[in-house]
Design a protein around this ligand. Structure first.
Ligand code: IPE
Ligand code: IPE
Ligand code: MG
Length: 247
């Protein structure tokens, strides 16, 4: 029996989030520069997006570039940004063919204006699609997002658009970049690192975390199925007791 057939189709996560890590090490192992790893990581993105669409996953968030990644050597930053923007633009026909809607979350002000325009065009051109929602976290960090949300709420209170007593979890969530999406049930990180690296800190509160030593350019649908199978074997208690959850 193939791994895919072992998946319980009634217990699939609605939202999967992935920290795509290990491109640099993958390239280094092969005696190449880091950008070679990023180029090869694109094939994994295609494969995983296709895999999620085939399974009927509703939301896939991919961490592609953090606000901290701007501090990397200039050559890598420029090369990686060009690759990301170029790939997204070129993939639009495929996204449309597969009914995939693109979103971008992150600090777009840090992107060069041309890149911003290309992103906006790609988002617009896929906006009528109703299948998989593909969310690219680009120039994203959770602390940046949370601080922004707090500022926006404070501004509204100051302008008397809302009252201090209106602030609750729902209002806060509605000011995050992810306000349109449910929280991820499953978060996957590749490359054997056991950390969150400023990714969806608020939204991952009750997500199941899955870590694999596989480096991102080697990650394929089979690895995704393995992660989902592992997820399906877990008991999600949300603070309750096991007995309460089972009954
Ligand atoms: C992930 O791979 C891609 C980005 C963070 C942009 P890395 O570039 O972090 O690769 P490693 O972790 O150095 O191997
Ligand atoms: C996290 O990977 C960011 C992305 C995958 C885009 P990093 O490689 O930047 O994270 P650290 O530095 O190892 O925590
Ligand atoms: Mg890394």
């Amino acid at each position: 029996m193939e791994l895919k057939d072992k998946l319980d189709k009634n217990k699939l996560p609605r939202h999967i989030a992935i920290i795509m890590d290990g491109n640099g090490r993958w390239a280094k192992e092969r005696g190449h520069n880091r950008l070679y790893g990023h180029y090869n990581g694109v094939e994994s993105v295609r494969n995983i997006v296709e895999g999620c669409a085939e399974l009927g996953i509703e939301y896939l968030t991919l961490y592609a570039f953090s606000t901290e990644n701007w501090e990397r050597p200039k050559d890598e930053v420029t090369g990686l940004m060009e690759l990301l923007v170029d790939t997204i633009r070129k993939e639009v026909p495929t996204l449309n063919k597969n009914n995939i809607r693109l979103y971008v979350i992150g600090d777009m002000q840090q992107l060069p204006e041309s890149a911003r325009k290309e992103m906006a065009a790609a988002i617009d051109e896929t906006s009528a699609n109703t299948g998989l929602n593909l969310i690219m976290a680009l120039s994203y960090s959770s602390r940046w997002e949370i601080v922004n949300a707090v500022k926006e709420i404070a501004r509204k209170v100051e302008n008397k658009e809302i009252r201090f007593t209106d602030i609750d979890a729902a209002l806060f969530t509605s000011h995050l970049c992810t306000s349109e999406f449910p929280d991820p049930e499953l978060m996957i990180r590749t490359s054997g690192e056991y950390r969150i690296s400023n990714f969806l800190l608020y939204q991952l509160a009750y997500s199941e975390l899955y870590f694999t030593p596989t480096l991102w350019p080697d990650f394929r649908k089979e690895n995704l199925y393995e992660a989902i199978l592992d997820y399906q074997g877990r008991e999600r208690r949300f603070g309750k007791t096991s007995d309460q959850v089972v009954s």
